[in-house]
Design a protein around this ligand. Structure first.
Ligand SMILES: [Zn+2]
Length: 442
């Protein structure tokens, strides 16, 4: 198509990216300085953080207003604005949008962060440090830099380009963020989510993610004095009539699910994912008699699981498989047989799975090779995203979507999060190429 004319255009765009990089880095530092912890994050008081997300969106739209972009807001929650930053095309081209979230998780071990606190934005060794730098303010900046450079290089796109800076991602509030924006009528014919994908190599093209469930399993006991333990479990005692310790019954459930998980290592696989990734993580375990004392047999226990399942299996089938397995395991125990564990499926994060031969994917693979060099033949050209992100809710609207952005998931949600500045510039160069390739240049 425009291959012959695109190359000189891209040299000009690359020069503009280099020239605009210092401004972009200072904007990134201001974004990191801005506390935009998700107000619904566990343990966070809304009044302490509200407004941070909207402020980040406004900074991005101010930056791009200087490059002929206009912006609008969608705010289901009036104090939590999504920003839609857009520029119309000249006509005749395909539209695209970039998506990124402005909210962050809550930090921990706050005194140990580089620069003295999680919001320092300190620049050291070619990195910006701070909460949200990788996840995903670095990605937002790469997108802003690409769009600003296209304008500065006087590239006029045929198709419309939009940039959605959304709220709510970290607790799956997509109905306040990504989904709200799409349902308000914004969007395009393809999308790129600039989440950190620098695993297994910088700026990997991620076309697929696993799905996950938050499963809460309630196990009932019969709470009595802890002195009843002997008669409740020893030969010659009264058994369940003397008391039943819910904590230990819940351990039986954990063991049963470990057995199923072991089986999943063999039965559940997908070519894009490393072996064994589909798993059930018992991340929270609580049990007592209603008072936090060891003087009792526990009356109830709850186990909180995160279940990771493959994109090639339906969520309902996975749920049914887990319930069936626990039900069968319960038959082996006289108490659980009568008092089966109760399932609460609290949330479901669906998969996204864009075919590797989709034109958007091919374009990104070629543009990544142009900027960073070819991935050796024989190695995978595309990868999985080994977490979940808003790409799933974009795919749910039937829009082809890929994740590609600067930053490393290994430092996201961790102390001393950082993002590499060279990766931001490379990401902007790839995004600019793909936007031009997809939308067409007039
Ligand atoms: Zn993220």
């Amino acid at each position: 198509m425009d291959d012959k004319v695109a190359a000189p255009h891209m040299i000009a765009v690359d020069e503009k990216i280099r020239a605009l990089l210092p401004d972009a880095i200072s904007l990134l530092r201001r974004l990191v300085n801005t506390n935009s912890i998700n107000p619904l994050f566990p343990g966070i008081r809304r009044e302490d953080v509200i407004g941070g997300e909207s402020a980040c969106g406004a900074m991005l739209s101010d930056f791009l207003a200087g490059h002929n972009f206009v912006s609008e807001t969608v705010a289901v929650d009036p104090e939590r604005s999504n920003r839609i930053i857009r520029k119309k095309g000249t006509g005749g081209g395909r539209s695209i949008f970039i998506n990124g979230h402005v909210d962050t998780v809550a930090p921990f071990r706050v005194s140990e962060w580089l620069g003295g606190n999680p919001w320092s934005g300190e620049v050291r060794d070619g990195r910006v440090n701070g909460l949200g730098s990788t996840d995903m303010k670095g990605g937002l900046i790469a997108a802003a830099l690409a769009l600003a450079a296209l304008d500065a290089a006087s590239i006029r796109l045929k198709g419309e380009v939009q940039f959605h800076a959304v709220v709510g991602e970290e607790v799956m509030s997509h109905e306040l963020g990504t989904t709200a924006v799409l349902e308000a009528g914004f969007g395009g014919e393809a999308a790129i989510v600039v989440e950190p994908t620098s695993q297994p190599r910088p700026l990997s093209i991620a076309t697929v993610s696993a799905g996950n469930f938050n499963l809460q399993l309630d196990v009932k006991g019969y709470g009595t004095h802890s002195g009843n333990r002997g008669p409740s479990i020893r030969a010659g005692g009264e058994g369940n009539a003397a008391g039943v310790n819910a904590v230990e019954k819940a351990i039986l459930v954990v063991q049963a699910l470990q057995q199923l998980e072991q089986e999943w290592g063999i039965t559940k696989s997908h070519p894009a994912f490393p072996a064994g990734i589909f798993s059930m993580v018992p991340g929270v375990f609580h049990g007592d008699a209603g008072v936090p004392s060891v003087g009792y047999l526990a009356e109830s226990a709850t186990i909180g699981y995160l279940v990771w399942y493959p994109p090639n299996e339906g969520p309902e089938a996975v749920k049914a498989e887990i319930e069936r397995h626990v039900h069968h395991a319960a038959q082996l125990d006289s108490w659980l047989r009568q008092n089966p564990p109760r399932f609460r499926w609290e949330s479901h994060w669906p998969v996204f799975d864009t075919p590797a031969d989709h034109p958007l994917v091919k374009l990104l693979v070629a543009d990544r090779a142009d900027v960073l060099g070819e991935i050796p033949a024989g190695l995978p050209q595309t990868h999985s995203f080994n977490a979940v992100c808003d790409a799933s809710f974009i795919a749910a609207k039937g829009i082809p979507v890929v994740a590609m952005g600067p930053g490393d998931l290994r430092c996201a949600h961790a102390v001393n999060e950082y993002v590499d500045l060279a990766e931001i510039a490379s990401c902007a160069r790839i995004l600019a190429r793909t936007i031009v390739g997809w939308c067409g240049a007039a």
